[in-house]
Write a protein that binds this ligand. Structure first.
Ligand code: ASP
Length: 345
């Protein structure tokens, strides 16, 4: 039995993505006004048990591949401007970078005490068998129920914490996973919130209520290690002085020891003020820096452990901390601290 949510009010923010795309000569692309018309065709949306809702449509609508931090700022501001007018927010977004946006928003929406649910679809609403209808209806219900008061992502059959999400399938309908944290809810006949998932919810970032922190520093790089890598190739990155560098290392945070160019490159980067964070390429498990001799050079160089953060979480958290103008020393402490439920030590 679905709950009566008719006394709740939800804001739907449509940013683009497959869900509202139409076929064009060059493949699927978003089209202004089309999504609103498609919503009008979804009968469940006008059920007397559904919350009332308003739609905000972004201009331009984006394939999420084109999302940049300026768009995260736009989404965060769209929520911020309407924060006190609604019980919850549903953000419709392309699946390709949805996990990054969800993670970024989890940091940017400081002191959040309402549900912000990201969703989308693998099949456009205009096509047969679209997964968009169920994803939208369920996300609106979750946003209206208000059990989970954080940035989360609903897709297929699972509600997961935004900063734990990873896209794990390019074409499956269960396209997202949260390998290091239990789902916040599993969706079958009912929406079953899990005590385990929901209990770890962590608000924070603002001592004085809700606040939007924009991202305005985003000179961040990611290097994925592979067998045979020589770090000398990446020396220009250290020279140019990116503000943050994420190394996706092997296993528990291991790097090859055959390559003597690593230490000077990392040393130089850190000396120039770059924060170097080590994540693991394994979707599951955590970085244990220094557990193996093969990772000890990173410890000596002063790299920061990303523990079990996804790369999506590490990139966006780093951008958030840089935008807060934290010093390199503060970034070290905060990157290794659980701010919004994004890591376990
Ligand atoms: N390329 C699309 C996007 O991320 C894919 C999708 O929405 O599923 O916008």
């Amino acid at each position: 039995m679905s709950k009566d949510l008719s006394n709740r009010k939800i804001c739907i923010i449509y940013t683009g993505g497959t869900i509202g795309m139409v076929p064009t000569e060059d493949g699927f692309a978003p089209k202004r006004g089309f999504f609103e018309a498609e919503l009008g065709r979804i009968k469940d949306l006008s059920s007397p048990k559904m919350p009332s809702w308003d739609l905000i449509e972004f201009d331009p609508l984006l394939d999420s591949t084109n999302m940049e931090h300026i768009h995260w700022n736009q989404i965060a501001e769209a929520v911020g401007e309407r924060y006190y007018d609604y019980d919850g927010f549903v953000i419709l977004h392309g699946t390709d970078t949805m996990a990054y946006t969800a993670s970024a928003l989890s940091f940017m929406l400081e002191g959040l005490e309402k549900p912000v649910v990201l969703t989308g679809s693998q099949i456009p609403l205009c096509e047969l068998r679209s997964d968009g209808v169920d994803n939208i209806i369920t996300s609106i219900q979750i946003a209206a129920e208000g059990v989970v008061k954080e940035v989360c992502l609903f897709f297929g059959d699972s509600l997961i914490r935004g900063n734990r999400a990873m896209k794990n399938s390019a074409d499956g309908l269960l396209a997202f996973t949260s390998p290091n944290y239990p789902p916040l809810a599993k969706i079958g006949i009912n929406i079953n919130y899990t005590a385990e998932g929901v209990s770890g919810s962590r608000r924070g970032g603002s001592a004085s209520g809700f606040h939007v922190q924009k991202i305005d520093k985003f000179r961040v790089g990611v290097i994925k290690l592979f067998p045979g890598i020589h770090f000398g190739m990446f020396a220009p990155i250290a020279e140019e002085g990116v503000d943050g560098l994420i190394l996706e290392a092997f296993g528990a945070g291991n790097i090859p020891s055959y390559d003597k160019s690593l230490s000077p490159v990392i040393d130089k980067a850190i000396e120039k003020g770059t924060s170097v964070i080590v994540c693991t390429q394994c979707p599951q498990g955590t970085v244990a820096l220094g557990a193996y001799e093969a990772g000890s050079a990173l410890v000596k160089a002063g790299a920061i452990s990303g523990f079990n953060m996804t790369t999506e979480a590490a990139v966006t958290k780093l951008a958030y901390l840089l935008s807060l103008n934290k010093t390199q020393k503060e970034i070290r402490i905060l990157m290794e601290t659980d701010l919004r439920g994004e890591l376990d030590k």
